[in-house]
Design a protein around this ligand. Structure first.
Ligand SMILES: Cc1cc2nc3c(=O)[nH]c(=O)nc-3n(C[C@H](O)[C@H](O)[C@H](O)COP(=O)(O)O)c2cc1C
Length: 368
């Protein structure tokens, strides 16, 4: 029988894990700009962290039109497949399981960050009150434009792009696929009342607003099997100017839809973290991890400001099954060993977190 030890092996659904530590998905902006190909040293970065039980990759575009930022990778062609295959091999060589996080940025994009011929799109023409970065303009902050409202055909095309990405991910050898439905990107734009003003079958009722989530789950599960598909939510989060009139209600609805779809896991970010930083918003009373347990019967991954003591307590209490660590993995590829031994954690060089190139990414691996 599988225990609840953070460091012990665990057979959880379709995932046979060497421990219950997951590396949370983290965008690092190292892809080769213009080509959206992961850097050829990405396998070193991921491989160095492969003592984790599960590694969830940085968010990865399902298509050229899904891009939002400079230097974020995609997986929609053989060139991408080649590097991702090496990343997967490096992760699995260390004993970890590899999951691709797939995203479409929707309105959180800018023409400078999209290949020629692609528009910034979203469920409705509502611009995000948030900034993006443009490499083309020398790394300055740029206001995000009003997105073009997606036609029915455009929605169907995006669904097909998710399916194609899943096929590439399968070909690369990934053990699973995580749908990024958190942090204000396309799926959350469809789900949320401030960004989805549609009056057709994709807007209005909660059922309609979650139709895209349902459809994307269905097409990627056809490729991977439901038990190898996960979905990530950021309940009560407002990162990327996302809001819902009923944040608890929409969260519970997402969980019910996930349950009904039969996905293998739900990955919940606690509201104490907003995107990539600690939140300074007032905290909701709701315990989002407990709510996920109540409405979703599959595997549960919890993320957001966990340390060893709290991880062990949550696991022992049966509140979740896997703990995902984000920022602690940035400068500590050997995070599992450090948590185990109590060795101090190194701090990342913050100015290099999103910088391109090897520095602050793979240059310190040997120094571990
Ligand atoms: C540098 C950085 C990049 C991130 N990129 C992503 C991403 O690509 N996809 C995603 O779902 N979350 C992303 N996040 C959020 C993390 O996955 C995680 O939820 C958050 O950092 C909270 O966990 P922590 O407190 O252990 O860092 C990012 C966070 C950081 C710090």
């Amino acid at each position: 029988m599988t225990g609840t030890d953070l460091f012990g092996p665990a057979k959880l659904g379709a995932f046979d894990l060497q421990n219950r530590v997951a590396m949370a998905p983290m965008t690092r902006h190292r892809a080769l700009d213009g080509g959206w190909t992961p850097a050829d040293y990405a396998p070193d970065y991921y491989g160095a962290r492969s003592s984790a039980g599960l590694i969830i990759t940085e968010a990865t575009q399902c298509s050229a039109g899904a891009a939002g930022y400079p230097r974020t990778p995609g997986l929609w062609c053989d060139r991408h497949l080649d590097v991702w295959t090496k990343v997967v091999a490096a992760i699995q060589a260390g004993g970890a399981k590899a999951v691709l996080q797939v995203w479409h940025c929707g309105r959180i994009s800018h023409p400078d960050n999209l290949p020629t011929g692609h528009d910034v799109i979203g469920p409705s023409p509502v611009a995000a009150d948030a900034f993006n970065i443009s490499d083309k303009q020398g790394g300055v902050q740029v206001q995000m434009p009003v997105p073009m409202e997606m036609s029915e055909a455009a929605i169907e095309q995006v669904i097909a792009e998710y399916a194609q990405c899943a096929r590439y991910a399968k070909a690369a050898g990934f053990d699973g696929l995580e749908i990024h439905a958190a942090n204000g990107y396309l799926l959350e734009q469809f789900a949320s009342s401030n960004t989805n003003l549609r009056t057709d079958a994709w807007g209005g009722s909660v059922e309609n607003r979650l139709r895209l989530q349902d459809r994307v789950i269905a097409v990627v599960a056809e490729v991977f099997g439901h038990d190898r598909v996960g979905i990530r939510f950021s309940p009560f989060g407002t990162f990327n100017d996302i809001h819902d009139d009923d944040p608890l209600g929409i969260y519970i609805a997402k969980l019910k839809h996930a349950e009904r779809s039969g996905v293998g896991y739900v990955h919940v970010i606690r509201p104490s973290v907003s995107g990539n930083v600690d939140s300074d918003a007032p905290m909701p009373k709701a315990d989002v991890v407990a709510i996920a347990r109540e409405y979703f019967s599959g595997l549960l991954i919890a993320a957001g400001q966990f340390d060893r003591a709290e991880s062990e307590a949550e696991l022992a209490a049966g509140k979740c099954d896997i703990i995902a660590f984000g920022r602690p993995f940035l400068a500590n590829p050997d995070l599992v060993e450090r948590l185990k031994s109590g060795a101090p954690l190194k701090q990342p060089r913050t100015e290099l977190i999103y910088a391109g190139g090897r520095e602050g990414y793979v240059d310190d691996i040997a120094a571990v």
